[in-house]
Design a protein. Structure first.
Length: 285
């Protein structure tokens, strides 16, 4: 490998790790963050997971499926349970695109990567999902991860796209990340000049924009819609503030309520990490 290739791989791996770590520093109601653990998991689990997955996800010459499976295997060896499956599923195509394109054409390269996914990518991703064993994993009439895939990973994601927001990103070319997540992050960062609070705004935006599909799978659509509606009101109140820290008590109260009910908006957190990763890959920081 050329020195340029080695440097590129190191940069992408660092961008992935930094995105995972930055997300932990933001107050994300219902999710694990430095202000409060939850759902039987602690911040240290996620720190170890970021380090473990970051060591393998940007290895050169891997396929997208290999990036997914190796990252999940490394995470399982490090912490022994699922902490980052959604993050890895979202990040692997972005990482692959960054390694094979340039920062100015990341979104275009991503389309090529997504449409080039193979049946083998699906096989490896299915193995990773089974290994991680996420909460709410059920059976499906088509593209069931317990069976051999009937098509490519993109086709499998297309079949799941109506019920899973991570799968939908594969189908819509990460439109939610680019058009909503990045826009909110840049707006909040420009307003407050505080990255952690801008990340909170991104998370709350995703939570308010869509019923979190992790909550839908584990509980019900009604539960997810209730969380969405509460988040929308809080986000509106938060965005008008000059100092978001003054809203911390309200967010921590919401955090406690969600965790008391066992509601973890994990998909919104995963989309937040993907947003931060795209920002880092585009800007180099």
């Amino acid at each position: 490998m050329t020195p340029e290739g080695i440097a590129r791989s190191a940069f992408v791996a660092k961008a992935f790790k930094n995105a995972c770590l930055a997300e932990l520093e933001a107050l994300k109601p219902g999710n694990v963050h430095i202000f409060a653990d939850g759902h039987g998991m602690v911040v240290q689990d996620f720190l170890q997971s970021a380090e473990a997955a970051g060591e393998v996800i940007a290895i050169p010459d891997l396929t997208v499926g290999e990036r997914i499976l190796r990252s999940v295997e490394a995470t399982q060896q490090a912490v022994g349970h699922n902490t980052n499956l959604g993050i890895v599923l979202l990040s692997a195509p972005l990482v692959h695109s960054a390694l094979h394109g340039n920062s100015g054409q990341l979104r275009q390269e991503l389309q090529t990567v997504l449409h080039g996914l193979t049946v083998n990518d699906a096989e490896l991703a299915f193995k990773a999902i089974l290994l991680a064993s996420p909460a709410g994993l059920g059976r499906s009439a088509r593209y069931d991860v317990h069976e051999n895939p009937r098509g490519t990973l993109l086709e499998a994601m297309r079949a799941a796209g109506s019920r899973d927001d991570i799968a939908r990103q594969y189908v819509n070319g990460y439109a939610d990340v680019y058009d909503f997540g990045l826009a909110r992050y840049r707006q909040a960062l420009d307003k407050w000049q505080r990255p952690a609070w801008a990340i909170t705004a991104v998370y709350m935006d995703f939570l308010a924009r869509f019923p979190d599909t992790h909550i839908v799978r584990k509980y019900s659509n009604a539960e997810a819609v209730g969380v969405q509606q509460k988040a929308a009101g809080l986000l509106q109140d938060m965005l008008v503030l000059d100092n978001p820290k003054s809203f911390m008590r309200d967010l921590l109260k919401f955090d406690g309520e969600l965790k008391a009910e066992g509601l973890n908006p994990g998909t919104s957190a995963d989309l937040t990490v993907a947003t931060l990763l795209v920002h880092a890959l585009q800007t180099g920081c």
